[in-house]
Design a protein around this ligand. Sequence first.
Ligand SMILES: [Zn+2]
Length: 238
Amino acid sequence: MSISLRKHAAMFLAATFTVGSMATFGAAALDQPTAVLSSTLNHSVGTVLTSAEISNAQQAMAKAKASALKAQQDAAKKAQEEAAKKAEVAKKAAEEAAKKEAEIKAAATQTAYNQLVASAATARPVAYSTTYLASDAIKANATALGNYKLTFYDPCVECNGNNLALTATGTTLTEGRTIAVDPSVIPLGSRVFIEGYGVFIAEDTGGAIKGNKIDIAVSTHERANELGVQYANVYLLK
Ligand SMILES: [Zn+2]
């Protein structure tokens, strides 16, 4: 075989390995001793190659292998980067949605609170009810004053000192609206939410009503006795 023909055969081998024969000889071929590889290659193409030519073919194969490996690594890296980018976009979208939901909830809470404050404390029978548990709107907006001792009184002379049903602020003592407070703790005129009992107006005072005590007005002495003494969380509505 002429030198150019040999060279051609070696190039052919290298090219074959580069483009298609990696599966046939594979990466394992690179690890074989040159003599064994030479025999394998010579058998494969039906010719005889020098060890230099085999070495060239090996180098070409190694180069092809490295290049394939790099392409694989590049593709993996790119896929990883794209996945990370996608995850970042999804995370941002989730954060945006959560933020919007929180804003809607906050607005609804604010609206509910505004309605509560705007609603006048009106005449109604005073009784404990779970409908008057402190809502998120109250917890988020009102000033928590702590746990108070609740007593009940009515316009009789025994309870009120006079039976004119007049409060300290000159209003008519009204069940469902009037409470007596310590004005140094709760300013007169304040709207007060008593958990379990609803919204009242601080419009009366009492000699025994000091600190964390509230006297809730009811219509009769009998009802005041029935309601007895209770404890509840109290909020000052702003
Ligand atoms: Zn009474």
